[in-house]
Design a protein around this ligand. Structure first.
Ligand code: ATP
Ligand code: MG
Length: 364
């Protein structure tokens, strides 16, 4: 298996479309790295450059320490699974999986062993004689993965392989790909625009926006310590509540003033915000970090009105509003809520996040 390293990699389409902008990523051996970001942020382009299907405008890509900028795709020993699976419709499942080995002139016996082994791992042994049109979406997806497995490549690249599947199958295949990663002990680079996939599958997540790398980290690092507003809002579902607010000083204390409610800050966060007194900031709090209180509290109380109630069984999502902002809150199902009710919340003080209103970077 292999390490993959991107150094200052940039891709320009024509003169002005900078699809990937000076990206630096180190992918360790056997690591599962997820590239995530909204449509058009450069995920596919990055993957295609690693595979060698797209030239690099500037920068360097190393596979296992070797510079591969000028190495052709077939000599990079990397397998890519595409969003549309790209199976050959006139070939059986067996032949689809064997094809890459045949053109590389592997002995027949070896091909047979590898295809059968992959079919067993993916539970598609009974489908080997079928053509792709006689398969469900999930089965096709498995064949596409099987075709990659038989090659025993140095690294696997996946480009949104689950996006054509329905929600339930997607969850199942997500777990299967994670299990496959454990079983094969392979380096995998996985592209998705779905932050839940990123959070559940990645050892390491790379968040991209407009071709620019925003943050690299473990799922929990990104969730708990987002580097800027974009990452804070992109990772997590329902998303973090982010409000404009003012930092004020009252009787020697630092407060955040949303207009409708005020929260007194203590300790390190108060110190960090001293230089923002009388300035606007962005103030963030996740839906689960607003704690419901049956009776309004004297300090730090956020009074809201309920606008939408979404009972999900294990939890309830409430859309509530202050005078100035709409917020989403995640509450336990032991309470009952009705549209129009008053609902009061206390924030978890150590979970508050603050971002500079101009740069949108987290205030450190
Ligand atoms: N062949 C091309 N010629 C010109 N522009 C391109 C080409 N391929 C991609 N782009 C542009 O580069 C940017 C990044 O595209 P890319 O396909 O990498 O995005 P993506 O993150 O994979 O998006 P999606 O989630 O929609 O698949 C986009 O602005 C896209 O329009
Ligand atoms: Mg794409």
């Amino acid at each position: 298996m292999a390490t993959v390293e991107l150094r200052n990699v940039t891709k320009l389409f024509g003169h002005d479309v900078k699809a990937v902008d000076n990206v630096n990523i180190t992918i360790n051996d056997k690591e599962f790295v997820v590239l995530v970001g909204p449509s058009g942020c450069g995920k596919t382009t990055t993957l295609r450059m690693i595979a060698g299907l797209e030239d690099i405008s500037s920068g360097e890509i190393f596979i296992d320490g070797d510079l591969v900028n000028d190495i052709s795709p077939k000599d990079r020993d990397i397998a890519m699974v595409f969003q549309n699976y790209a199976l050959y419709p006139h070939m059986t499942v067996y032949d689809n999986m064997a094809f890459g080995l045949k053109i590389r002139k592997y002995p027949k016996q070896e091909i047979q062993t590898r295809v059968n082994e992959a079919a067993q791992i993916l539970h598609i042994e009974e489908l080997l004689d079928r053509k792709p049109k006689a398969l469900s979406g999930g089965q096709r997806q498995r064949v596409a993965v099987g075709r990659a497995i038989v090659r025993k490549p140095k690294a696997f690249l996946f480009d949104e392989p689950l996006s054509n599947l329905d929600a339930k199958l997607r969850v199942q295949m997500r777990a299967e790909i994670s299990a496959l990663h454990t079983r094969l002990q392979a380096t995998m680079i996985y592209v998705t625009h779905d932050q839940v996939e990123a959070m559940t599958m990645g050892d390491k997540i790379v968040v991209l926006k407009d071709g620019l790398m925003q943050q690299i980290g473990s799922p929990l690092e990104l969730y708990n310590k987002p580097i800027n507003r974009f990452v804070a809002a992109f990772i997590g579902s329902p998303p973090m509540n982010i409000m404009s607010a003012r930092i004020i000083e009252k009787q020697g204390k630092i407060l955040v003033d949303e207009g409708d409610f005020q929260i007194t800050l203590e300790g390190p966060i108060a110190d960090k915000l001293k230089s923002y007194v009388d300035k606007e900031v962005l103030f963030g709090i996740r839906p689960e970090d607003l704690v419901y209180t049956e009776t309004p509290q004297k300090d730090n109380n956020i009074k809201t009105h309920v606008e939408v109630v979404e009972p999900l069984g294990a939890e309830i999502h409430l859309y509530v509003s202050t005078q100035n902002h709409q917020l989403i809150v995640r509450v336990q199902p032991r309470y009952e809520f009705h549209v129009g009710d008053e609902a009061n919340f206390i924030p978890e003080m150590d979970k508050l996040q603050f971002f500079d209103i101009d740069t949108e970077d987290v205030i450190k």
